[in-house]
Each structure stands twice: as C-alpha cells, then as structure tokens.
Write a protein that binds this ligand. Structure first.
Ligand code: CYC
Length: 204
C-alpha cells in the first residue's frame, strides 16, 4: 500500500495543462494550468496546488494543499486543506522561499472533502467521500461538491461540480464532461530529498 501512496504522490507532483482540449473545444473549456509541488516542512507528501488560467499563470484562482495518506477508516485518501490568507502565497509554486513559509497552522482541513482513491495499476481513480459534506460557497449560494478524477503518469482527468443541498440540481461546474489535463512537467524528483526513505519516487 505504501507503494500506491508513493506512486499517487509522484504522479501528482508536476504541472498539468488542458491546452489540447481547450484549443479543440472553445468555448466549452477554459485553458487551465494545474501545478502540484511538495512542501518539505509539512507532513510527508504535502503538496501545494495552484490552479490558474493559462493567460494569467501568476494570478491563481485556487490555491490549496493536498496530502495523500493511508487512513485506517478510508484507505488510500487525498486530504484537502485551505490556506489562511491565500494571497500571501500566490506565486509560491515557483518560489521556494515563499513555499517554505507555509506552516501547518496556515492550513484548515476541508471536512468532507477527502478523496477516496483506488489503485487500478496503470491509473488511480478517486471521488469525494460520500455524504454531500464537501460544502462550497460559490456565487452567493451553498453547494456540495461532486467530483471525480483519474490520474496516470501521463496526466489527469477531473470533473468538479456543485449541487444544491436541497434540490440536488447542478449549480456550477463542467456540463460537457471532464477536464483533460496532460502532464507538462514531472517534479517527482523533488520528493526524494525531502522525505527520504518514505518516498521512493518513480516506480521502475
Ligand atoms: C472545488 N475542487 C474543489 C474542491 C475540491 C476540488 C476538493 C472543494 C473544496 C475546495 O474549495 O477546495 C478538487 N481535490 C480536487 C481534486 C483532487 C483533490 C480533483 C484530486 C487530486 O484532491 N476544478 C477543476 C477544473 C475546474 C475546477 C479545472 C472546472 C470545473 O479541476 C473548478 N473546483 C472548481 C471550482 C471549485 C472547485 C470552481 C469551487 C471552489 C471555488 O470556487 O474555489
């Protein structure tokens, strides 16, 4: 299982873009860049994530911390955290000194937003834990997140949607289907020096 955990972490660690999909399907899909990078001062496998439109890579619209873990209750899991004062850390994905300033105290665990992940060999698939507890306030309305992803060493497909807690109608998110991200950079070699033997890096 530690193999799964480390492979999941190293496949996440890098930058992703849906350029191909965005260019082939305007205006259905914005062109988005998603980047994950390790935070060595935090618990093992903590990754900073920045999402930004490709036209404004230095102005991310979403910055979070995720941490793949093995939990007794939930098995292979990705925990999600928000950052206090996120603007403080904009650009940290490219800036090791700024990244090093992120402390555990800056993080708030997003209750109900754990992803339950299964190892399918050549890819992982995951979805938000059941219970409709991953609450998102967007455009002045409460919603709960319904989200799935698949991840391989070549990229990630992801679909995030918000639904009304009472009527369950979809309030936001992709209508046509998942975002299809290709891996642009592999940063998994940054994992090994940080957490040593815990992370074996790429599998042979
Ligand atoms: C929200 N996307 C979320 C949330 C999670 C994820 C947990 C709700 C909590 C939060 O506010 O962060 C996604 N977390 C993930 C995924 C993994 C994970 C996929 C697997 C590794 O650990 N999201 C996309 C698309 C884009 C998008 C590129 C268009 C649908 O991946 C949008 N996600 C999006 C939006 C929200 C969200 C608009 C609502 C929160 C907000 O407004 O910032």
């Amino acid at each position: 299982m530690t193999d799964s955990l480390n492979r999941l972490t190293s496949w996440l660690c890098g930058s992703f873009s849906n350029q191909k999909q965005a260019f082939e399907n305007p205006p259905l899909y914005g062109h988005i860049q998603v980047r994950y990078r390790p935070l060595g001062q935090l618990e093992p496998r903590s990754l900073l994530i920045e999402q930004a439109y490709a036209i404004a890579p230095k102005e991310p619209y979403r910055i979070r911390v995720v941490r793949p873990v093995l939990s007794c209750d939930q098995g292979l899991t990705v925990m999600n955290f928000t950052l206090a004062e996120p603007r403080r850390f904009f650009g940290a994905i490219d800036d090791p000194e700024l990244r090093a300033q992120i402390r555990q105290d800056d993080l708030t665990h997003l209750e109900g937003c754990n992803y339950l992940v299964s190892d399918q060999g050549n890819h992982f698939s995951g979805s938000v834990e059941p219970g409709c507890r991953c609450r998102v306030r967007r455009n002045g309305r409460d919603s709960y997140l319904v989200s799935e992803f698949t991840l391989s060493d070549g990229g990630m497909d992801a679909i995030d949607r918000g639904h009304d807690p009472d009527t369950h109608e979809q309030l936001w998110g992709s209508l046509p289907g998942p975002f299809v991200f290709e891996r642009i950079h592999d940063w998994s070699d940054e994992l090994l020096p940080l957490w040593g033997g815990l992370i074996t890096g790429k599998q042979p």
